[in-house]
Design a protein. Structure first.
Length: 396
């Protein structure tokens, strides 16, 4: 089918939640995707932080093929070998003790919100159901997670929001302290706000949140849906900050393209989830956990942590050269989560980049966001840079 044919069919039969989509993508290999007309595109958005090993990585493809031939789905009423192995691998590489599997980032955050409330109730604080979250945050699209998301544009038309969420400015410890009440049970934060504009916290902010949580007996929840695994240069993003949360959520790149989410917690918190308290039919099924296991093993074997740091630093330096063309504030981020912050509206630049063969996204109007696969090289960065340079010249 041609792009026009796919578009016509999709427009007729699929609800219009994504607006006009620029491309119909039909094939992928490494950091490249091809559209229905056979045009090649460099994918620096990576399925919005999902394709961290690039497209169709042979080890992930092989794991899915083998598992599909053996056992695709059984319910969580039975033990599942790749699920158990995946949980062990994640726990062995971090500081948390147990995990719960689901299908997406929003579901992982739902699980985190539920366990925070349940843990408080189990510990004699049944009225402590409030969670402090940050302005400009993004936590998902279910009712609880849009409520947790500190951006009113996501709330409009869906009111009333769920009770129990208080918003404070990101990177402001005093505001957090002032927002704590006897009803507070947790603080939920992204170590770097990605969707909100690639906002990197000041040195000491995450440590400060940890201290506040310890002083007030609150759970610290990190939404690492975009920052783990590997993207910031360590297995878990928080490890690059040296701050350990009580609860952590991940999804996106975890399955290397297969839909899976996870919520990890320290043992004493994990114990609040007992039979009957939470579940997901597909959560961690054999197919997706086999894919995730292959994904994580590959990141570790190929030491993509080091690559994320070195290529990420190169990208940040390289894109500062755009200053010679347009007013630029900074390039900010960590590892391979980077945002080029313009002084001019970046939406038209992003659109032009897509026309010119570079898949990227504009966030917060001024920020061109990159979340490429962790195994890209400096040559790929140069290729992306040339396309951005050309696109800026065309739009300005
Ligand atoms: C930080 C963060 N949390 C949660 C989500 C929601 O993830 P999903 O779309 O898989 O539900 C996203 C999605 O972009 C995200 O960036």
């Amino acid at each position: 089918m041609t792009t026009a044919e796919i578009k016509e069919m999709a427009t007729k039969y699929i609800m219009n939640t994504y607006g006009d989509r620029k491309l119909a993508l039909v094939r992928g290999e490494g950091p490249y995707v091809w559209d229905a007309e056979g045009k090649k595109h460099l994918d620096f958005l990576g399925g919005i932080a999902v394709n961290g090993l690039g497209h169709c990585h042979p080890k992930v493809v092989e794991a899915i093929q083998k598992q599909a031939e053996k056992l695709m789905h059984v319910s969580n009423l039975y033990y599942i070998e790749p699920q158990a192995k995946l949980a062990k691998l994640m726990i062995d590489n971090g500081e948390l003790d147990q995990c719960f599997f689901c299908n997406s980032g929003a579901e992982a955050n739902e699980a985190a919100i539920k366990i925070a409330r349940k843990y408080a109730a189990d510990n004699g604080k049944s009225n402590a159901y409030e969670i402090i979250t940050m302005d400009n945050s993004f936590h998902g699209r279910t009712m609880a997670t849009i409520t947790a998301t500190g951006q009113t544009k996501y709330h409009k038309g869906f009111e009333p929001m769920l009770p129990g969420f208080n918003y404070v400015p990101f990177d402001d410890l005093d505001a957090v302290t002032q927002a704590i009440t006897t009803q507070t049970c947790a603080i939920l934060v992204e170590p770097i706000q990605s969707e909100g504009g690639v906002n990197v916290p000041s040195v000491g902010y995450l440590e400060g949140l940890r201290k506040i949580c310890d002083q007030h007996n609150l759970l610290l929840i990190f939404d690492e849906v975009q920052t783990s695994p590997g993207r910031l240069g360590a297995f878990f993003g928080h490890q690059t900050y040296g701050v350990v949360p009580d609860v952590l959520t991940m999804a996106k790149f975890l399955g290397g393209g297969a839909p899976i989410g996870a919520m990890l917690a320290k043992k004493e918190v994990a114990e609040s989830f007992v039979p009957g308290t939470h579940a997901a039919t597909f959560g961690g099924n054999p197919l997706v956990t086999a894919a995730a296991l292959a994904t994580l093993e590959t990141i570790i074997e190929e030491d993509l942590f080091a690559n994320a740091i070195s290529v990420g630093n190169y990208l940040a330096e390289k894109f500062m050269h755009l200053q010679k063309l347009v007013p630029l504030q900074e390039v900010r981020g960590r590892g391979l989560l980077q945002g080029v912050v313009f002084d001019i509206d970046a939406k038209s630049i992003a659109t032009k980049c897509i026309e010119n063969g570079l898949i990227t996204i504009c966030t917060n109007d001024y920020v061109l966001r990159f979340m490429p696969p962790l195994n890209i090289t400096k040559d790929h960065v140069d290729e992306a840079y040339d396309i951005v340079e050309k696109s800026i010249a065309e739009v300005t």
